[in-house]
Write a protein that binds this ligand. Structure first.
Ligand code: ATP
Length: 304
């Protein structure tokens, strides 16, 4: 398999604080790679280092096969477009002017690409509008258009869905899928919205305290995870007792919710719950395998 990006024992220290502690990750060519992790896990730091915005304290990384800190690495970095944290846009310029300015900064010839990029990200009608009047979703898409200006082979997007309304989320999701499928652009994304990430990602990397806990393809994840029933009850302690008696496998998520992996006879379950003085408030079939996987990996309470 060819990797556009690989890291080996990558470390980043701020004073005595280790933001990255020996990160090993590999992003296959053509993938939509989702970085998942708690706040402070090191996702943004990893992206900043890989984009050359920060230097690693130790460890190595390769971009398109070239050592990241070498001269070839610097050239390879030109094949990366990125929106890390806020998209860098000039609010007093129009979307089109922002793109023309970016093309000048990159030394690209003006071939009317601003218009093409605006069309690509669905901002054709808003190209003449000042960016300060853009919605958050429009700004995010303009940020992506700016990152596309150098015709990158890898796009790095930090929390591209953050703060967007449902319509904005759909637009950005479709754009990510289109850029990957139609232009063959490899994507490295981070997102807190697991359900949303699972709609686009082909690969995942689960980060915790600056380390890679696990890398897995969406296909492997699908095979690893099973469908489950999410039960909402008055008390999961009582539910646990009932499920133990029924011999079911389950994960407690909170005081009132648990996921059950066995095929349950609902009338038997209701009876068992009655016996424990527990009320069944709701039953929902779940297929959110990414969330289940994440909870388990991060140390959710699993009872087999
Ligand atoms: P979030 O999901 O909240 O964006 P993240 O996974 O992107 O989190 P990072 O922003 O990479 O996490 O931060 C990792 C850790 O490094 C955090 O504890 C953060 O406080 C710390 N950190 C980041 N930048 C600096 C800095 N310039 N100086 C000191 N500590 C920093």
């Amino acid at each position: 398999m060819e990797y556009v990006l690989e890291t080996q024992d990558l470390c980043k220290r701020y004073g005595s604080f280790h933001a990255l502690s020996g990160l090993n990750m590999a992003v296959p060519q053509g993938a939509i790679y989702g970085l998942v992790g708690r706040n402070g896990a090191g996702k943004t730091t990893a992206m900043r280092v890989l984009c050359g915005l920060q230097t690693p304290t130790s460890g190595q990384y390769r971009l398109f096969g070239c050592p990241g800190t070498s001269r070839q690495g610097a050239r390879a970095r030109r094949r990366i477009g990125a929106v890390v944290e806020e998209p860098a846009v000039y609010p007093e310029l129009t979307g089109g002017e922002n793109l023309e300015y970016q093309a000048r900064v990159l030394g690209l010839p003006d071939r009317g690409e601003a218009r093409q990029l605006l069309r690509l990200v669905g901002l054709s009608d808003a190209g003449g509008k000042k960016v300060r009047n853009y919605s958050l979703g429009m700004k995010q898409r303009l940020g992506i258009a700016l990152a596309l200006a150098g015709d990158p082979d890898l796009l790095v997007l930090d929390e591209p869905m953050n703060g967007l309304d449902p319509q904005g989320i759909i637009e950005v999701r479709e754009l990510i899928l289109r850029l990957n499928r139609e232009r063959g652009i490899t994507m490295l994304l981070s997102s807190h919205i697991l359900d949303e990430l699972s709609k686009v990602a082909t690969h995942y990397g689960f980060l915790d305290s600056g380390r890679m806990l696990r890398q897995i393809s969406a296909q492997e994840l699908e095979q690893t995870c099973r469908k489950c029933l999410r039960l909402t009850v008055s008390d999961t302690l009582a539910l646990s007792r009932a499920l133990e008696k029924l011999g079911a496998e389950y994960t407690v998520l909170s005081d009132t919710q648990a996921d059950v992996y066995a095929r349950l006879n609902i009338s038997k379950l209701t009876k068992a719950l009655e016996g424990e003085g527990c009320e069944l408030v709701g039953v929902q079939e779940r297929d959110e395998s990414l969330e289940t996987f994440y909870v388990n990996l991060m140390g959710g309470e699993r009872h087999d």
